[in-house]
Design a protein around this ligand. Sequence first.
Ligand SMILES: [Zn+2]
Length: 511
Amino acid sequence: MNESIFRSIDRLVTYGVVTGLLPEVERIYATNLILDLLHLDSYDGVLLHDESVEKLIQKEPEKALESLLEPLVGYALDCKIIEDMQPLKDIFDSKLMNALTPRPQSVIDSFWKDYDESPESATLNYFRFSKNTNYIRRDRIARDEKWSGMTKYGRLEILVSLSKPELDPKAIAAARVAKSTGYPKCALCRENEGYAGRIDFAPRQNHRIIPFKLCGEAFSLQFSPYRYCHQHCIVLNDRHVPMAINESALSKLLEFVTLFPHYFLGSNTDLPYVGGSVLSHEHFQGGVHRLPIMDAVADRVFFSDQELELSTLYWPISTVRVRGKNRDRVLAMASKVLKTWRNGYRDDSVTIDPGTAEDPHNTLAPLACREGDEYVLFLMLRNNKRTEERPDGLYHTHPSRFHIKKEGIGIIDAPGLAILPPRLKGELAVVKEILLGKARLADHPEVEKHSSWMEEIRSRHDSFDPDTIDSVLRNEVVQVFMQMLEDCGVFKQTEEGRAAFERFMKRVLES
Ligand SMILES: [Zn+2]
C-alpha cells in the first residue's frame, strides 16, 4: 500500500488535534473514519507525529489545511472514488473534515460554557471553530477584495466576494439532470446540519449550528459560509416559514442584540425585487462590524426625550433611526414607523405607491445594534413598485449601473457595505489596462458593458498614472455604489424628497 497516503492521513488528523477539533484520544478513531472514506482497509500503524506540520498548522492553519486536503482529494480522484467536478470535490473534503469535527451536542455545550464567561468569547470561539472545520472556507475568503471610500454620506465599503465557487459547465450540466429531492427544503433549513450534499446542493457534513430561543421561538445561530464581514452570521427560524417584516421581527432583532450586544442583526425585506434573497425561510443576518450607516448623521430629529430619539438620517436609502435605552419604547416607536409605512402609505407627489393587497409595495429592511446601553434600530424604507421602463423596480439600481451589480440591494448593502459579484475582479483589471492604454476595448468584449463608465472616468481625469490608477478606480466604484443606494431611496435627497419624508414622519407621530 502507498505509504504516502497514510502520511497524508496522519497530517490531516494532526491538524484536527492541533486546532482543538479532535481530542488526542480520538486520533485512531478519526484515522479509521478517513481510511474508510478512501476505501482503504489497512494502515501501517505509524501514526506519525510531525513537528514541522504541527508548527505550520499553528502558524497558518488556513494554508496548512489546503495543502493537507489536496493529496487526499487527489487520491480519491486517482482511485475514481469521486469524479473531477468542484462540487463533488467539496462534498468529499467536507466528509473528510467531518471525521475531525465534534458532534453537535459537544459544540453546543462549549458555546454556552463560553457564553457564561462572555457572549464575545462564545461567538469568537464558535467562529474560529467554523473556520477550523472548513465550513467557512478560509482559502476562498482570502481571495475576496475589499476597500472603502468617502462620499457625501460618509464612508462606504466595498467587498468583491470571491468565496462562492463559480460552477464549471460540466457541474451545471450534471446538476440539471440531477433529481431534486426536496430535502432539505432550502439552504437555510436546520436539516442542513450534517447533510452530505449533492451536485446541486452544498455539503454540510462539517456544519454545526447553535440552537437558542428568540422571543420564545426556536431559532438557530450559524455563520455564513461566505463571510461578508467579521463573524457574519445567520440567525434562522428552526421551521421553514416565510420572511415577515412585522412587529415580531423587530422584537426578535432587539432581543438578539440583548443576548449578543457586540453584534448587529438585520433583516432583508419580505417582498421580492427589494433585496431579499431567500424569502421562503425566515432568517436574519448579522456580524461584528461597524457598518457605515452607524456613523451616518441625523438629518432631522422628530422626537426626543430622556430615553428615546426618533430621527431621519442623511443616508441615500431613506432611513428612520429609533434609539434609546428603553427597549420597549424603541420597539413601540419603530412599530409605529413600520405600520404607518406598510399600511398603504401613499404620496403621489413623489410616486410613492403602496400597491394593492395582492401586490403590496411598501416594506422595510430593519437593522438593530447597541451603542453603549442604548438600542439603535435603523428602518430602511423600501418600495418594490415596477413599471414598464423599470421592470426590476422603480427603486432598484438604475440599469445604467448594472455593469457593477445587477442583483438586489440587500441587508448588507443597504447600510453601506456593497457585496459585488466575483466577475468584477477580472473586469476591473482589464478596465485598468484599457485606461492605461495597455489594452484595447475591441479585444475585450467582456468589459464592453463598462464602456460608458470608462468614458465618464476619462472625462474626470487628464491622465492615468500606473501608481495611482487602482485607487482612482476603486473610488469610482464607491461612487457608483453610492448612486445605487440613491436609486433605492424612496424619498430622494432633494428639496421635494426631503419635504415628502417630513410629511411621512409627521404622519408617524400622529399615529
Ligand atoms: Zn428552509
